[in-house]
Design a protein around this ligand. Structure first.
Ligand code: CMP
Length: 139
C-alpha cells in the first residue's frame, strides 16, 4: 500500500527568484495538505548528508554548493499516494522534460536548479521528513 506523505524542498534558486509563495500556493491547489513547514538554510554538512545517496555522482559537489547557497523551504505534504502524486505534479527532474503546468516547468531554471525536490519513495519521504522536522513541528 502506498503511503500518504511526501517531503519537498523549495530550492535556493526558486526562493531567491521570489517564487516561494507561488509554489506553496500551487502545492495547496494541487490538493496537498501541509503537515509541516520550515524556512531555513542548510549547512554544508546537512546538504552532504541529505544528498549522500548521490555522493559518487559527478554533480554532487555542485549540488551541495547550490543547496547551501541560500535559504530553502522544507515541507511534509499529505495526500493519497503522495510520493507518486507529487512527483507527477512537479514534473520531470530535468525541466526540459517537465510537462507544461508542472512546478518545474513553471519555475525551474536548469536540471540542478530545478525549483523543488520531491521524495522518490515512501521510505525516503519518512527519512527526509525526519531529517528536518521533530514531532512538535508537525500539525
Ligand atoms: P532532486 O529531486 O533534489 O534530487 C537530486 C538532485 O540532483 C536533483 O533534484 C537535481 O537538482 C540534481 N541533479 C540530478 N541529476 C543531475 C545532473 N545530471 N546534473 C546536475 N544535477 C543533477
Amino acid at each position: 500500500m502506498s503511503g500518504n506523505v511526501t517531503f519537498t524542498m523549495i530550492k535556493p534558486q526558486a526562493v531567491a527568484d521570489g517564487k516561494m509563495g507561488k509554489i506553496i500556493d500551487k502545492i495547496i491547489e494541487g490538493g496537498f495538505k501541509i503537515k509541516a513547514l520550515k524556512y531555513t538554510r542548510l549547512s554544508k554538512e546537512q546538504a552532504m548528508k541529505f544528498y549522500a545517496v548521490h555522493k559518487e555522482r559527478p554533480f554532487y559537489g555542485s549540488l551541495v554548493d547550490f543547496m547551501t547557497s541560500g535559504p530553502i523551504v522544507a515541507a511534509i505534504l499529505e495526500k493519497d499516494d503522495a510520493v507518486a502524486a507529487y512527483r507527477k505534479y512537479i514534473g520531470s527532474t530535468n525541466p526540459a522534460d517537465a510537462e507544461p503546468g508542472t512546478i518545474r516547468a513553471l519555475y525551474a531554471t536548469s536540471l540542478e536548479k530545478n525549483a523543488v525536490h520531491g521524495s522518490d519513495s515512501d521510505d525516503n519521504a519518512i527519512i527526509e521528513g525526519n531529517f528536518f522536522f521533530s514531532e512538535f513541528e508537525r500539525a
